[in-house]
Design a protein around this ligand. Structure first.
Ligand code: 87F
Length: 508
């Protein structure tokens, strides 16, 4: 608490300070005034994260893991429909194998963590901890794939990875250890690989848009942003209006035959001819949760979309002095039972050591989508009062129509969160054509869509020319959905003929 206050005094912000002092509830920073501190406070007070004594590592509490599990259940079932099988490869990588694919590891080497000791003795050969598993898995793909009947090979693993980042760690968004799924597939033909890249990308869009209620753009990464060692990279890109930064939501790569060459992943076709496999790899991580917090959270705390909320609805008794307290409690329990039977994730907060007001704030902080209050008047009228977390709207619902009304409201909340997020994102998009406009728009935290010549040196130049404390601008993606590009349109940065519309901005 002392620390929070000190930081607050420095920043000068924090209207909520008094509230926090008195009740221990509420946030001391607002989303608009101090986004960074607001975010840290929300993920901790919302019980998603606990800070840990190793920088860049965080404890993921049940409230966060339950969201992860809901997304995992969806995605896991979808990839199983595509005949992908789950597996588990070791956490440790031998140095020889790690460095086999030089291009791939080159830029990443500083982030690789190594085990050098056991007890007091130095290991003869240090062992790396996986930052990703290409080099762990592909030697075995080489062993397991012999003929065309061994193809396609489609494996996925749910695991942790470690990347020893040095820049500004942020819970979920940039942490030194995180959870993800990594899919690694091998095909006989490029066509099959190409098709899968887009199928997976569509599942990632679905996770963001339909589960997390976050609008994303599907597109292709520039040469500079393509995974080294891969052929092409596609991604879903989200945007955080408060910071004006783009954020890569998930990636689906076509690796081509580069890794097949390195790791000798060959097969013999029907005619007895030798061929090399075509590979893909794809991943999404717990970063998804951070993007959700940043996009939907408000000055009262987390705002969870109903589809991913462990608890979709909290029932709170509002007893009154002489009123029938037992009757109210019974109504709460009955309401939860009815809703649970209908498949709605509901609970009652019957704790008697907290006031209703305290409970409201507490569940708002945790982002539960819908609150139901039951007081003496509600009991008398056989109704409940529903309060939406997303917009605060209050509705009295007859207990006769409880299930259908609540289902309808949860759907509305889910849709509204997406619509509002999309409106805010769209309001930040600036379509422009010149360097001057680009610099201005960047200063205004815009998400820029500009015609580009698609040359790597030009992107490097854009980075160099926009360097500063805020970080350089870069290309985010070339959207698959391209606006019309009139003949003669010039690149915003080089003045050369433009080849495509590309999104640019600062990013996470
Ligand atoms: C950090 C250290 C070592 C990213 C790294 O995107 C290696 C790497 O290869 C590294 N950080 N990458 C790229 C990961 C590429 C790829 N891996 C499988 C994916 C999807 C899942």
């Amino acid at each position: 608490m002392a620390g929070v206050e000190q930081r607050q005094n420095k920043s000068g912000g924090g209207k909520k300070k008094e509230v926090k002092k008195e009740t221990g509830l509420g946030l001391s920073f607002t989303k608009d005034e101090n986004f960074g501190e607001w975010y840290s406070e929300v993920v901790v007070n919302g019980e998603m994260i606990e800070y840990y004594d190793i920088s860049g590592c965080y404890i993921l509490r049940p409230w966060a893991i339950s969201i992860w599990e809901i997304m995992q259940t969806f995605f896991d079932a979808e990839i199983k429909k595509m005949k992908v099988k789950n597996c588990y490869f070791p956490l440790f990588v031998s140095p020889g194998v790690l460095q086999k694919e030089k291009d791939h590891i080159e830029g990443f080497a500083p982030e690789v963590a190594w085990v050098t000791k056991s007890g007091e003795s130095e290991l003869e050969v240090p062992i790396a901890i996986r930052p990703t598993s290409e080099t762990v898995m592909y030697p075995y793909y080489s062993k397991w794939i012999r003929g065309h009947r061994d193809l396609p090979l489609k494996l996925n693993q749910w695991c942790n990875v470690v990347r020893w980042e040095f820049s500004n760690p942020t819970p979920f968004i940039r942490s030194r250890e995180f959870l993800w799924q990594e899919g690694h597939t091998a095909f006989a033909t490029k066509e099959e690989a190409d098709t899968e890249v887009l199928q997976i990308l569509e599942l990632y869009r679905c996770i963001y848009e339909e589960f997390l209620a976050i609008p994303v753009t599907k597109g292709r990464k520039s040469e500079l942003e393509t995974f080294a060692g891969g052929l092409y990279t596609t991604s879903v890109e989200a945007f955080i209006p408060n910071t004006g930064r783009g954020i890569q939501g998930a990636t689906s790569h076509c690796l081509g035959q580069n890794f097949a060459k390195m790791f000798e992943i060959n097969f013999e076709n029907e005619k007895g001819e030798k061929g090399m496999v075509w590979q893909n790899s794809w991943a999404y991580s717990t970063r998804t949760i951070g993007v959700m917090v940043m996009v939907h959270g408000d000055d009262k705390g987390l705002v969870l979309p109903p589809k991913v909320a462990a608890l979709q609805l909290i029932v709170i008794p509002v007893p009154y002095k002489d009123a029938d307290t037992q009757g109210i409690f019974d109504a709460c329990v009955a309401t939860v039972a009815t809703l649970s039977d209908a498949g709605i994730r509901a609970e009652a907060d019957l704790r008697d050591n907290y006031s209703p007001g305290w409970k409201y704030s507490n569940w708002e902080m945790k982002g539960v989508p819908l609150r139901i209050e039951i007081g003496p008047r509600d009991l008398a009228n056989n109704q409940v009062r529903a309060v939406r977390r997303d917009n605060g709207a209050k509705t009295d619902i007859s207990r006769v129509f409880l299930v259908e009304q609540v289902k309808g409201m949860l759907d509305k909340i889910q849709q509204n969160l997406f619509d509002v997020a999309k409106q805010k994102r769209d309001a930040c998009v600036e379509v422009l054509k010149t360097w001057e406009e680009f610099v201005t728009a960047l200063g205004q935290k815009k998400l820029i869509l500009a015609p580009w010549c698609d040359e790597e040196d030009v992107e490097k130049d854009v980075k160099a020319r926009t360097k500063g404390d805020m970080g350089a601008a870069k290309s985010l993606c070339t959207p698959f959905e391209q606006p019309e590009l009139p003949e003669g349109t010039k690149c915003f940065a080089s003045g050369k003929p433009a080849k495509k519309w590309t999104y640019w901005g600062r990013s996470y």
